[in-house]
Structure formats: structure tokens, C-alpha cells
Design a protein around this ligand. Structure first.
Ligand code: ASP
Length: 324
């Protein structure tokens, strides 16, 4: 069935028909044969509307950097999403804190970590990149920088979904940094334009019910996101601690530099992550990558990780392969 579905999709593609969202799956070890330029990839289902926006920006002659910023801003405002933006699940003190990073293929990058009340942390990360001599601002300093630059801020009130989640969690108040399908969903977006320029963005409210002050992989350049026009780009989702330990996104780009395909590089990174993280059975982490020729790949520790993919002739939601 899977083979037949893939055949049908490929046949449609070869006719040049514009596809509505299609669904595909990528088995472990499978090598996507296609290459696409431009190409926009994002983690999880919420990547579909985010990619739609990014594509619209590219279509209107926006830069790939504008595309990846505008794309994930859609997710930052999505009230149904409890793991990105201010509506996300809070930390164990009941406070929602956000992490975000942005990077261009020429090495420019910016990020914010542990920031409160900022509606669009991805745009704040971009401002750190473009308007400061620094790469990263955190906590109160990042918040003050946002206020000083007129960023939209919000009252510190939990969204209805976050409040319910927090109340439910408080019944047991169990603090275990275990990540599963219900409590993670960072959006990482990586893109390649028609001229070969790349950029990426990553934004999250992080691990639900984390310790106050905890920072995940998403704002750490090289962990949650890495982009190099000479090679490719990668982004990550899942338990940030496990991703930071192996510098996951940087590792994938370097493996591609040494000749691996994006798929091989993602699989190798998952292998490394499993080797360096005890108790991996209970946790999820996944990677998404593309190279400068427009080949892509994705892989996760456990089944369930999918990504959204937009290219000239269509858009698809693709299930990644997984180790277990
Ligand atoms: N990577 C994020 C973090 O650890 C969590 C996620 O992907 O949802 O903060």
C-alpha cells in the first residue's frame, strides 16, 4: 500500500500537477530520490500552515530569511499549539518561557532564551542577529530588549489550554523531563531558495513543566538549528538535553559536509543520540535536514515524527523513519 501510494504521488508529480497536501512515509534507510529548489521543510503537522506562509513570502520575492521567520510566526500565534508561543505549556512554576533561534547560510545567527511575554520570539532572535553585536540574549535582558524595540508583548496569563495542562500536571507534580507526543512540538523550519541560499528558524515554549530557567536545544546554535550555504541545514525537535549533548544539528551538517546524504546524516545523529543518552526508551527526538542540492531527510528515535514539505509542485506531510 505504501509503495502504491508513493508510486501515485510520483506519477502525479511527473505530470507537474499541483498537489493538495499529500501524505507520505519514509522508512528507515530510505533515500528520497527527489531534489527540490526551492524547498521548505518544517517539523510536525503545524509545519503545513507555517510552510504555506513561508512559501507565500518566497513567491512574493521575499528572501529565504523572511520566509522562515514569517512561516514560524504563524505557529507562534496558533492557539491550538501548546508547545510554541505564549500559549504554550508553562514551566513547573506556572510561567511560560520561550526559546527561539534563526540562522542564515552565511553564518549570521541570533537567538533568545528563557524569555517571557514576547509574542514573536523568532523576530526578537532576528533582531539580536541584525541589530546587536551578540548572538544570544536571555531572560530579563531579552525581554527588556524587546520592550525597548517596541515588540508586541502580552500579559502573563496562561492560555486556557496551558492552564488546563498545568492544573492536570499539578495533581501529581511529577517532575520528570520525559518528552512524549503530548508535550513536545517545537517548530524548526529550514529552507532553500532558487538561488541556493539557505536559512532556518526554530521556536518553542520548550519542555512542558521544565524547571524554571531551563533552556532547551532550540535557541542553541548547532543544537536545535544549524545552516551553512556551502553544505546544508538541519533542525531538531524532542528532548533538548539529548540534542544538546550531541550538538545534533551541527553534527548533521558536518556529516553532510563529509559526503553523507541528509537522510544518512539524520540516521547517524539519531544513532549517536541513542548512544549518548541513557534511558532513551522513554524519550523522543527527531532531526530534519536538507542539503544545498535540495535533497532532504528526517529520522527520529521513535515513530511518530513527521514533517511538512513544500516545493514547487506540491506540499506533503511526510512520516519520518525511526530507530525503534
Ligand atoms: N526541543 C524542545 C526543548 O527541548 C522541545 C520540543 O521539541 O518540543 O525545549
Amino acid at each position: 500500500m505504501r509503495g502504491r501510494r508513493k508510486f501515485l504521488i510520483n506519477s502525479l508529480l511527473s505530470t507537474g500537477l499541483v498537489l493538495p497536501a499529500s501524505v507520505r512515509s519514509m522508512a528507515a534507510g530510505s533515500q528520497p530520490k527527489e531534489r527540490h529548489k526551492p524547498l521548505i521543510l518544517s517539523t510536525w503537522n503545524h509545519g503545513m500552515p507555517a510552510n504555506d506562509k513561508a512559501w507565500e513570502v518566497l513567491d512574493a520575492e521575499g528572501s529565504i530569511l523572511d520566509a522562515v521567520e514569517q512561516g514560524v510566526k504563524v505557529t507562534e500565534l496558533d492557539l491550538t499549539n501548546l508547545s510554541v508561543g505564549l500559549q504554550g505549556l508553562p514551566d513547573r512554576e506556572g510561567i511560560t518561557t520561550l526559546d527561539a533561534s534563526i540562522m542564515k547560510g552565511d553564518g549570521s545567527c541570533g537567538s533568545v532564551a528563557f524569555v517571557r511575554q514576547v509574542k514573536h520570539p523568532i523576530s526578537l532572535a532576528r533582531m539580536v542577529m541584525e541589530n546587536t553585536p551578540h548572538v544570544m540574549l536571555a531572560g530579563e535582558g531579552a525581554r527588556q530588549f524587546a520592550i525597548a524595540n517596541g515588540f508586541p508583548m502580552e500579559e502573563e496569563v496562561l492560555s486556557p489550554g496551558a492552564e488546563k495542562g498545568y492544573k492536570d500536571w499539578k495533581k501529581h507534580s511529577e517532575y520528570k523531563p520525559v518528552i512524549n507526543i503530548e508535550n513536545h512540538d517545537t517548530i524548526g523550519m529550514i529552507g532553500l531558495d532558487a538561488k541556493g541560499n539557505m536559512a532556518g528558524s526554530c521556536t518553542t515554549s520548550g519542555l512542558a513543566f521544565k524547571m524554571h530557567g531551563r533552556v532547551g536545544d532550540s535557541p542553541i546554535i548547532g543544537a536545535g538549528l544549524f545552516v551553512d550555504n556551502e553544505v546544508g541545514a538541519a533542525t531538531a525537535t524532542g528532548l533538548g538535553e539529548s540534542i544538546i549533548r550531541i550538538c545534533g544539528s551541527f553534527l548533521i551538517v558536518e556529516l553532510m559536509r563529509q559526503g553523507r546524504t541528509p537522510q544518512e546524516a539524520c540516521e547517524e545523529a539519531v544513532k549517536r543520540l541513542i548512544a549518548k543518552n541513557k534511558g532513551i526508551e522513554g524519550i523522543q527526538a527527531g532531526f530534519l535536514a536538507l542539503n544545498k542540492d535540495g535533497e532532504y531527510g528526517a529520522f527520529a528515535v521513535h515513530p511518530g515524527f513527521n514533517f511538512a514539505m513544500h516545493y514547487r509542485n506540491g506540499r506533503a506531510l511526510v512520516d519520518s523513519g525511526s530507530n525503534f
